[in-house]
Ligand binder design. Structure first.
Ligand SMILES: *Cc1c(COP(=O)(O)O)cnc(C)c1O
Length: 376
């Protein structure tokens, strides 16, 4: 049972990890120890295999959260005279455009509303019209809403136009299939602490070796230069700067557990079940999801805030938190909302636990009507 002191994190990361993953951190490693070098090499190799990139792609890890890895990948792969086209339908797409703007690299966007998937036909026309676009960026699961974007179509269109694709697969990789042998991409970016259930502190990119080999000198930053990070690591097996040793050790254990669960298929099945039980239970309590089921990724679900004047998100959050469940505020611009995550070391019984806690919290708050304002 979750407790106030050790809550379940129903959030998009950091999230609940297994006891063994946490336990993998209770020793120290020297960054130049052969043992650590072997551990690091194993983690990199496992990540390439998970992406179906053996023989074509390499894994370049980088210290920091997922955004550091995104910024490093964009800065390394996009030449200074290149141009990025970002498919935007939420905060993470916008973030990539902002990264380009700060780096002073040319960038265009194709925006759809937060509840509308990326439009591959619009991408097709944009690439036909603008030969200057060298790279396309897409968010696999847009965590802002929980939407699954049409990655396969976007990748096909991008490849047909001979442009380079960068995928922000942060909140999908490890639970939603994405294989380099089926979906052509130059880079996929993710982090240790989402569907792979490691602890936070490391991002990584799975990059086509041919594309990375050509990227020397592109980077705007020393510490975020993935070409340099890669050549240095290939050279002596070591990180250029202090590695997050404990995070990598925990990640190795988390990857063992991912494989034991049946890899992407097994992990995806548990998350889908979590998501189904959550959505069904919340609808039974009268809540409405923001997205129709066909657009919903089994990662995080956005619910409309009830119109009932007795409902207040902070109070609701505190009630649930006192019972050992941490949920997540909304990030949408189109509607008042909150989010509940389906990922991390949690199962359908945990979801039933949070549903029971939600019912109790509503009772204590005196909320009778959980329908959103527009449907009320
Ligand atoms: C979590 C996430 C990121 C990175 O966020 P950080 O807070 O920097 O780890 C980027 N893109 C998506 C889609 C995400 O879900």
């Amino acid at each position: 049972m979750p407790t106030r002191d050790e809550p379940l994190l129903l959030t998009p990361g950091p999230l609940t990890t297994s006891r063994q993953t946490k336990a993998a951190m209770v020793r120290d490693w020297g960054s130049r120890d052969t043992e650590f070098i072997a551990l690091n090499a194993r983690v990199r190799q496992r990540l390439v295999a998970l992406a179906g990139g053996e023989g074509t792609h390499v894994c370049v890890p980088v210290q920091g959260s997922g955004t550091f890895a995104i910024e490093a990948t964009v800065g390394t792969l996009l030449p200074r005279d290149g141009k990025m086209l970002v498919l935007v339908n939420g905060a993470y797409g916008q973030r990539i455009a902002r990264i380009c703007e700060i780096m002073g690299r040319a960038c265009a966007t194709i925006e759809t509303p937060e509840d509308v998937p990326n439009d591959p036909a619009a991408l097709d026309s944009a690439l036909a019209a603008d030969g200057g676009v060298t790279h396309v960026a897409v968010i696999h699961c847009e965590t802002t809403s929980g939407m699954l974007n049409p990655l396969a179509e976007v990748a096909t269109v991008t490849a047909r136009h001979g442009r380079s694709l960068i995928i922000d697969a942060m909140s999908a990789f490890g639970a939603i299939p994405l294989d380099a042998r089926e979906i052509p991409f130059d880079a996929l970016v993710a982090s240790s602490n989402k569907c792979l259930e490691g602890v936070p502190g490391m991002g990584f990119a799975i990059i086509r070796e041919q594309a990375l080999a050509k990227a020397a000198g592109n980077a705007h930053s020393l510490s975020l230069d993935l070409h340099h990070q890669w050549t240095a690591m290939e050279g002596n097996g070591q990180w250029r700067f202090t590695p997050p040793t404990h995070v990598i050790a925990a990640f190795d254990q988390a990857l063992t557990e991912h494989a034991a669960e049946g890899g992407v298929a097994g992990r995806g099945a548990r998350y889908r079940r979590n998501c189904e039980v959550l959505v069904e239970g919340m609808r039974a309590l009268g809540f409405a999801t923001m997205l129709p089921d066909r657009l919903q990724a089994p990662i995080i679900v956005t619910f409309h805030t009830p119109a009932d004047p007795n409902f207040d998100f902070e109070t609701f959050y505190d009630h649930l938190r006192a019972r050992g469940y941490a949920i997540y505020p909304g990030k949408l611009t189109v509607a008042d909302s909150f989010r509940i995550g389906c990922i991390g070391r949690i199962d359908e019984d945990d979801i039933r636990g949070v549903l029971a806690a939600i019912e109790e919290a509503l009772g204590e708050m005196g909320v009778d009507n959980t329908a959103p304002a527009m449907a009320a």
